[in-house]
Design a protein around this ligand. Structure first.
Ligand code: SF4
Length: 396
């Protein structure tokens, strides 16, 4: 059986399954519906010009690795036609050509399984790293596997590089380095939500004894608790900390368990904010699953955020997209949260979480129709406090 094709992006290997059914030019023109096309390297781009604005992905075939016409075609697409979508070199390229391919405007390289088998991920990664930032004249290497060259050219990015000591590291590299840099003083706060398995799996490959904190509010879906147990068990994580609200405070302030109806902010304070105080804040650094694409506030978020006097925040998935998360879960055959299949895209406490309809924001199902949008956990002046507004970040 032949080995599956591989997509190399940002120096990392990914499944190329999504690219296998991209039509050739004739197929694309005949259907007049798709937004992806595979081109031979002798194509006349004038034929395609009027379709370029709607194209998200173009594959350019390289029949043999020494054929340079694909590089010229990529340059022409980027420079002459201003194509801003994803550009993939499709053929038996070798890692030595990888940096040049990126310089020409490619976002990635799709190679067959045999080619990849001879030179696996580390060779591609090293080839990219050897390609120094100073040499790249405006191109900056980012850690997300699906960020286009043109995204990476945001002018503000250059300033961010100097603010982010982990800039350019992959998610796994950032985690590994942070675990070394903050030895024994870093924690992962996990919501056991739909993408939590990604970071838990990465941590399990590096340090199974890293503290993993889960906030057990007493109001979670049964499925979330089962998923939590399954992940901890399957990944063999040995330092799991289940944080619960104070039982006396529960008796006094929410004796019948309905505080969420009358005063959800007070309920979050009782069941989330206070239990976390003293648990997470004692660590010098905290790992989050936040991503740049999620909200405008996060759009320029670095991989490592350091503010004098505050807990450092490591965002290994800062540059990831939802598709990257799905791809990672699939690649490592990780279990998915059982409620995802039922239409829950962001999962919190059961009374405050509803399904999300097609086209709705992924967090639309949280505290629906209440005006509340965050659980309220926010770190200010060294303390976990209620978040004052939307610009805060949610933890759970
Ligand atoms: S999310 Fe809802 S049930 Fe959970 S702590 Fe907040 S108000 Fe209470």
């Amino acid at each position: 059986m032949s080995k599956p094709n591989i997509l190399i992006k940002d120096g990392r290997a990914h499944s190329a399954d999504d690219l296998e059914s991209v039509p050739d030019l004739d197929g694309f023109l005949a259907s007049n519906m798709g937004d992806e096309v595979r081109l031979q390297n002798d194509v006349d781009l004038k034929v395609l010009a009027i379709h370029l604005p709607k194209l998200s992905t173009i594959l350019i075939e390289f029949p043999v690795f020494a054929d340079g016409r694909g590089f010229s075609l990529a340059r022409e697409l980027r420079k002459k036609y201003g194509f801003r979508g994803t550009l993939i070199a499709d053929g038996p390229l070798i890692p030595d050509q990888y940096a040049f391919a990126i310089q020409c405007g490619f976002d990635g390289v799709k190679v067959d399984g045999e080619t990849y088998g001879r030179q696996a991920e580390i060779h591609w990664f090293n080839a990219l790293n050897d390609f120094g930032l100073a040499y790249q004249r405006g191109y900056t290497f980012r850690n997300g596997p699906s960020v286009s060259v043109f995204d990476a050219r945001a002018t503000s990015e250059a300033a961010k590089i100097s603010d982010d000591p982990y800039f350019g590291l992959s998610a796994e590299q950032a985690l590994k380095r942070a675990i070394e840099d903050y030895e024994g003083n870093i924690v992962l706060a996990s919501s056991m939500g739909i993408d939590s398995a990604v970071l838990l799996h990465m941590v399990a490959q590096i340090d199974k004894n890293l503290p993993i904190v889960f906030l057990d509010t007493g109001k979670h879906f049964r499925e979330t608790l089962q998923y939590r147990d399954q992940l901890i068990d399957q990944l063999d994580l040995t330092n799991f900390i289940n944080v619960t609200p104070d039982s006396k405070a529960l008796e006094v302030e929410d004796s019948d368990g309905t505080l969420f109806e009358s005063d959800p902010d007070a309920c979050c304070d009782l069941r989330k904010v206070r239990p976390l105080a003293g648990t997470i804040e004692k660590y010098a650094a905290r790992i989050t699953g936040r991503k740049r694409y999620q909200t405008p506030d996060r759009a320029s978020m670095p991989i490592l955020e350091r503010v004098e006097g505050e807990q450092a925040k490591l965002n290994p998935l800062a540059y990831w997209t939802a598709k990257d998360v799905t791809g990672y879960l699939r690649k490592f055959n990780l279990p998915v949260h059982p409620l995802l299949a039922l239409g829950f895209l962001s999962i919190g406490c059961q009374p405050c979480t509803t399904r999300v309809a097609d086209g709705e924001d992924e967090r639309a199902g949280r505290w629906r129709n209440t005006g509340k949008i965050e659980c309220g956990i926010h770190f200010v002046d060294g303390k976990w406090v209620q978040a004052p507004n939307k610009s805060s970040f949610e933890v759970f």
